[in-house]
Write a protein that binds this ligand. Sequence first.
Ligand SMILES: CC(C)(COP(=O)(O)OP(=O)(O)OC[C@H]1O[C@@H](n2cnc3c(N)ncnc32)[C@H](O)[C@@H]1OP(=O)(O)O)[C@@H](O)C(=O)NCCC(=O)NCCS
Length: 104
Amino acid sequence: MVAVAVNQQNEMVGFEMFYFRTDEIPSRVIHLAFTGIAPSLRGQGLGSILRRYAVSQFHARGLRGISAQVTQDNLPSMRSLLNAGYVKTGESADGLTHFMIRRL
Ligand SMILES: CC(C)(COP(=O)(O)OP(=O)(O)OC[C@H]1O[C@@H](n2cnc3c(N)ncnc32)[C@H](O)[C@@H]1OP(=O)(O)O)[C@@H](O)C(=O)NCCC(=O)NCCS
């Protein structure tokens, strides 16, 4: 599943990719694989808008959650996840990766 953001010229300026992980299917959770915003447009709220868009779409389609992972040094990614209502559920053994979920 991919959500794409385009500008007024219909050029892609951002995208968000999701897939189902086998162990999360029974709980109706989809996994957020990657979000990317064009470098020149980062820091203007687009990433947060894309994340909120996915939340509304998956909620409307009956999913129960969106899981995600973010490295602790990626502040824009972490902040945009928190903006969209994700919460931390744990972290990797080395503490470098945070496990997140957005319950729907
Ligand atoms: C991560 C990414 C998708 C976020 O999208 P974005 O449009 O840049 O983010 P937003 O403008 O919505 O900002 C989200 C939050 O990060 C903060 N932020 C943005 N750029 C920042 C920076 N360079 N340093 C610190 N904080 C920053 C914003 O202030 C905002 O926080 P706030 O709402 O608490 O003020 C985008 O930066 C990106 O494509 N990064 C490269 C790819 C990547 O790392 N993807 C994530 C891994 S899956």
